[in-house]
Each structure stands twice: as structure tokens, then as C-alpha cells.
Ligand binder design. Structure first.
Ligand code: ADP
Ligand code: SF4
Length: 592
């Protein structure tokens, strides 16, 4: 089955010479394989006439075309196609009773399309994009008997209600204002506001204005609002971003509790969280913006292992060139470069909050993971290191020039990414090595023509990381770079940060709560302890294992290693391994 897709965002007919049509061999032979639209000037490509030579793909100056071949068996499994050369979706995830169903895969592969179909907001056309009317009955008829078919029948009868936690909680303050309690009261259909607020640890925020909340607080408010609705199916799109590990574990319990009586679907890119949260996982793969294919659900452990391995055996499909690997304790880099920065016994009081530190040293080429609960003074310490804030006591050897990627990114302009990069970092992003190890690794090479205000949250994150790494600085500080990146992009980002620091002999601090990301990224760990908003203490950087042990002990979570993939896995609380590891103080084990 031939698939020809036009990336509408990239296609710029005013800035090209219709190269796709000019060079297409069937067109040259007089066939109407590519016809330019009279109104928009954009090409319509006939999949029946296309011979798959790929010449148009190479000739298009804006990388707007995708021509590919898919197994013909899939033809009968097409669920939806937006237009002639639009995105298409194959198969659907299936919400099951009393289970948490996870979805694992990149953004832009049809998760939202699938959710819109499952919630009855979008009627699937089974590929017949120009049908006058599409009927859900027909779509359901074509599905094999089973849970998905039964479920869609309920949707058809209007018997299914859905509650959705959207992906981008950062947008909440733009659409809502006033005290949190007002927002939650408005959506409370279950009469459980006080109880859920308590469970989520947001009771003390109820009188606060939504515009004053931090990312982690917004996330918990959004989750609370989702739980308060009376529904049959609950969707949580990226519930963990901006939450610290302690909060992530709390969300896991709450969502699992909900699944005892409801159907729950979760999209989650923090694999340690997905691993403990989901019962079954659908992997979604394909090509961004062109097509997405949902695989049948697998048990969570197998699904994550297969995903990391990059090869789907049942589908005989490679979804990544190389497996994502985790290093053992002994494989890790131990040699250290020259010292860049040292500090010791700093104290700082800010209103009711106080921060203190031990003695810390950072070396050339070192990537320091920064972990700890929200509100324990991470940004405060970095402001002092950057010389933006005075400290009360203690010492820092030098003021370091810091390149900073903030947690929340907002853009006020609509420059195309290419011009934005030029304006921020001049020629620095264009050098050959940086292009390969950062720009292309983060997928930003395909976004150059896209306008900043049109970027998705994940794309905006990727561009911001590129800008941060391309700047000239002594130290790089990235605050939660993993947010909105899919699992694959997180691993690419970890490698991009490492390569940049090693190549330039600089060092980076990366604040993040995704344990897989930190494991792949960090040489050492700076651990923040204390109580959010009241007091914090920074110890380290320690070697990764020592730091993790210290940090996880405070959180009360133990990790073992998967015996096949060596990936860290959270132990079930109170399980034999959990008890043994706690007793021996081995909270972050490298033992399989
Ligand atoms: P995800 O939720 O996995 O990020 P989506 O389902 O939102 O993916 O989108 C998948 C693809 O479908 C994207 O390339 C998007 O541009 C395209 N798409 C989404 N909605 C429409 C629409 N109404 N018309 C045409 N294309 C769409
Ligand atoms: Fe024409 Fe298809 Fe070749 Fe593109 S891939 S140039 S549409 S024949």
C-alpha cells in the first residue's frame, strides 16, 4: 500500500518552483500523478499513479513530502484518514474494564485522533475521506468482535461519558482564572472535591488564584478536575510532567484506584512511571504527521522492553536504528576533568524558606543530574551560582556564565524556527558537529520552516534545548527538559546534552524527575532534601549510585534492574525485593 503525505505546515508553494511536479516521472509521461491545487498552490498526489521513486521527496526544498510503502494487510485496518494526502490512523487502542491501559510512542502519531474517536467526538471514516456522510455503525461493523467493538457500540448509543486530563497543563492559566476552588467546584459532579484535593495534596492551594500556581501544582489541579467528573472512561495525557517523584508515585496510586471501577487510558512518557502504572500497553509507531499504527496491547513489561529494543517482533518492524541501553555501574565514566566550579556551606533565607548546602565540586565534561522535591531550593541555588542572587553565608569559587533553559517556555513572536535560532545564537547552531549531535538528534532540522507560535509543546521544548546548548557559557542549566518530550526524544536529548558537554569541556546541571532520563544522562547527582516551601538542603554532587540511594531513601522507593533490558524498575511496595533492598540500603540497585 502506497502512502503519500503532504506536511501542510512545511509546504510553502510561494517559496518554491513546484519541483515535486516538475520532476515527477509519471507527470513527465503525461500522467496526472501530481496536480497542483488551483486555490492553495499545494500538490495533490495520486497514490494510485505514484511509482514510489521518491524524487519529489528529495526535490522538495521544504521537506514537505513523505512517500512510503506500508504492508498491504494494513489496508483493511485503516480507521481514519483526514484527507487525500493527510494523516492516517491504523487500529485503535482498546479501553478495558478495570485496567489501566497505557499508550507508548511519540507525539504526532495519532493519539489525540484515537482519543477523539473513542470519545465519540470524531467519527472514523475508515479511509474514505471524501465520503458525504460517515456512519459510526459502519465503522463498528468492520471491526473484529471484542472489547473495542463492544465499547464503540456503547459510544454509538451515547452511553459513554469521558473525562480527559489534557497534555498541556501550562495552558490552564490562559483559559481559566480565579481561585482554584471555583474551577474545581464547577466540574465537581461526584461530590468528592475535598477528598480528592486531600489525596492530591492540593487542599492548601484551593484559595489560590490559578495564575499563581507552579507547573506541578497545575498538574495536580488538572488531575483533580479530571477525577471530579462522573465518567465511564478517564484519559490522562502525560500526568507526570512537572511532578516530583514523590508526587508521581502518589498519582500512580490514585489512577490505579480509579481503574478498580472505571476504564482508564494513560499516555505517559516517563517509563518508570508507565511501568508501575499500566496493566497493558499499546505501542504506537509510524511516521510523524504521516501515519500512526497502534499495536495490539502487550503486558507492560514486555511492551517497554520491546520499545527500548526498537524492534517489534510480532509486527516484524524496526522502530529505531539502535536499542536504548542502560549502563551497568562499572561501565560508567569515572575519570573526571579539571574542576570548573566549587561551593561550600552556603546558606540563604528567603522569607519563610531557608536553604543550606554541603560542599560541591563540578568538573569539565560532567553532567550533573539534579533531583529532589519541588520547592526545596533548586532554582535558588542556581541563581546564586549565576551571580543573580546574593548568599548569606558560605562561598562559591567563581561566578559562572550560565546558559539557562527555564521550566516553562513561552514565545511571544511568530518567527520561523530558523530565524529564531539565528536571532538567539547566531551561527552557533549551524556548525557541522552541532547540527548532527544536537539539531538533528532533537528533530529540530524538520521544524526550521515552522513558526514558533505553531510549535507543539514537545517541539517548543526541543527548540529551547537546542538554543540553550548552542549558547556560549561555562555552565548549562536545564530545568525539566523532559517535559512534553516522548520517551525516544528524552533519550536523544540525554545523549545530545552529554555529547555537547564532552565536546566543549563544559558542564551541565539538569533538573529532572524522570529516572530513566537521569540514568542515561547523569555522571553525578546533586540531591535536594527537605520540605517544599519550608527548608531545603543540597548535598553532592555524588556518584550516580550513591546519589540515587540517598535520594530514593528519602522518597521511600526502591528500584531493581530488569533482567533482560537492565532498565531500572520500581519495586512493588512491601515486595520481597523492596524489603531486602531497603534493609541493605540498596535503593537503586544495579543487580538484575
Ligand atoms: P498525537 O495526539 O499523537 O500527537 P494527533 O492525533 O493529534 O497525534 O495528530 C496526528 C496527525 O494528524 C498530525 O500530523 C496532525 O497534524 C494530523 N491531524 C490532526 N487533526 C487533523 C485534522 N482535523 N485535519 C487534518 N489533519 C489532522
Ligand atoms: Fe511522482 Fe511518486 Fe515519484 Fe513523487 S514518488 S515523484 S509522486 S512518482
Amino acid at each position: 500500500m502506497r502512502v503519500a503525505v503532504l506536511r501542510e505546515d512545511s509546504c510553502q508553494p510561494k517559496k518554491c518552483m513546484d519541483e515535486c511536479r516538475e520532476f515527477c516521472p509519471p507527470v513527465r509521461n503525461g500522467q496526472e500523478c501530481i496536480v497542483m491545487d488551483a486555490k492553495t498552490g499545494k500538490p495533490h498526489i495520486s497514490e494510485a499513479l505514484c511509482i514510489g521513486c521518491g524524487i519529489c521527496v528529495n526535490k522538495c526544498p521544504h521537506d514537505a513530502l513523505i512517500i512510503t510503502q506500508l504492508p498491504s494487510e494494513l489496508a483493511t485496518e485503516m480507521i481514519h484518514r483526514y484527507s487525500m494526502n493527510g494523516f492516517r490512523l491504523f487500529r485503535l487502542p482498546s479501553p478495558s474494564k478495570e485496567s489501566v491501559i497505557g499508550i507508548l510512542g511519540p507525539n504526532g502519531m495519532g493519539k489525540s485522533t484515537a482519543i477523539n474517536i473513542l470519545s465519540g467526538q470524531l467519527i472514523p471514516n475508515l479511509g474514505d475521506y471524501d465520503a458525504e456522510e460517515v456512519w459510526l455503525e459502519d465503522a463498528i461493523e468492520s471491526l473484529p468482535k471484542g472489547e473495542l467493538r463492544d465499547f464503540l457500540n456503547l459510544v454509538l448509543k451515547g452511553e459513554v461519558t469521558i473525562s480527559i486530563k489534557p497534555q498541556y497543563v501550562d495552558h490552564l492559566p490562559r483559559v481559566a482564572n480565579g481561585p482554584v476552588i471555583d474551577l474545581l467546584t464547577k466540574v465537581d459532579e461526584t461530590g468528592t472535591l475535598a477528598e480528592n484535593a486531600e489525596k492530591l495534596g492540593i487542599s492548601h492551594l484551593l484559595q489560590r488564584d490559578i495564575k499563581q500556581l507552579s507547573g506541578g501544582e497545575l498538574q495536580r489541579v488538572a488531575i483533580c478536575a479530571t477525577l471530579l467528573k462522573e465518567a465511564d472512561v478517564y484519559f490522562f495525557d502525560e500526568p507526570s510532567s512537572y511532578l516530583d517523584i514523590h508526587e508521581r508515585m502518589r498519582i500512580v496510586k490514585i489512577i490505579q484506584g480509579l481503574a478498580q471501577s472505571k476504564r482508564v487510558i494513560v499516555i505517559e512518557h516517563d517509563l518508570a512511571v508507565l511501568d508501575v502504572l499500566a496493566d497493558l500497553v499499546h505501542i504506537v509507531y509510524g511516521e510523524k504527521g504521516a501515519y500512526g499504527i497502534f499495536t495490539p496491547a502487550r503486558p507492560t513489561r514486555t511492551a517497554i522492553n520491546v520499545y527500548l529494543d526498537g524492534f517489534l517482533p510480532e509486527q516484524n518492524m524496526r522502530i529505531r536504528d539502535k536499542p536504548i541501553k542502560f549502563q551497568s555501574h562499572t561501565e560508567r565514566r569515572t575519570e573526571k576533568g579539571a574542576t570548573i566550579l566549587e561551593w561550600g556551606d552556603i546558606t540563604k533565607k528567603l522569607g519563610d524558606f531557608s536553604l543550606s548546602t554541603g560542599k560541591g565540586t563540578v568538573h569539565q565534561g560532567e553532567v550533573v543530574g539534579v533531583v529532589g522535591a519541588n520547592g526545596t531550593g533548586k532554582s535558588t541555588l542556581f541563581k546564586m551560582i549565576a551571580g543573580e542572587m546574593e548568599y548569606d553565608e558560605g562561598w562559591i569559587t567563581a561566578e559562572a556564565k550560565i546558559s539557562y533553559k527555564p521550566q516553562h517556555i513561552s514565545v511571544e513572536h511568530d518567527l520561523p524556527v530558523q530565524e529564531w535560532l539565528d536571532a538567539e545564537v547566531g551561527l552557533a547552531w549551524r556548525s557541522g558537529e552541532f547540527q548532527v549531535s544536537v539539531v538533528r538528534a532533537m528533530g529540530v532540522d524538520t521544524l526550521l520552516a515552522k513558526r514558533a507560535n505553531k510549535l507543539s509543546g514537545g517541539e517548543l521544548q526541543a527548540v529551547s534545548i537546542v538554543i540553550c546548548l548552542a549558547r556560549e557559557a561555562d555552565l548549562y542549566l536545564l530545568d525539566e527538559p523532559s517535559a512534553h518530550l516522548d520517551a525516544n526524544a528524552r533519550m536523544e536529548c540525554a545523549k545530545a546534552i552529554r555529547r555537547t558537554m564532552e565536546a566543549n569541556e563544559k558542564s551541565a546541571f539538569v533538573i529532572d524527575h524522570d529516572v530513566y532520563f537521569i540514568d542515561i544522562l547523569a555522571d553525578s547527582l546533586l540531591v535536594f532534601e527537605g520540605e517544599g516551601g519550608k527548608h531545603g538542603r543540597a548535598e553532592g554532587p555524588f556518584h550516580l549510585k550513591e546519589g540515587m540511594n540517598r535520594f530514593l531513601k528519602a522518597v521511600g522507593v526502591t528500584f531493581r534492574r530488569d533482567h533482560d533490558s537492565s532498565r531500572p524498575r520500581i519495586n512493588k511496595e512491601g515486595s520481597r525485593k523492596d524489603r531486602e533492598q531497603r534493609a541493605s540500603g540498596d535503593f537503586y540497585s544495579f543487580e538484575r
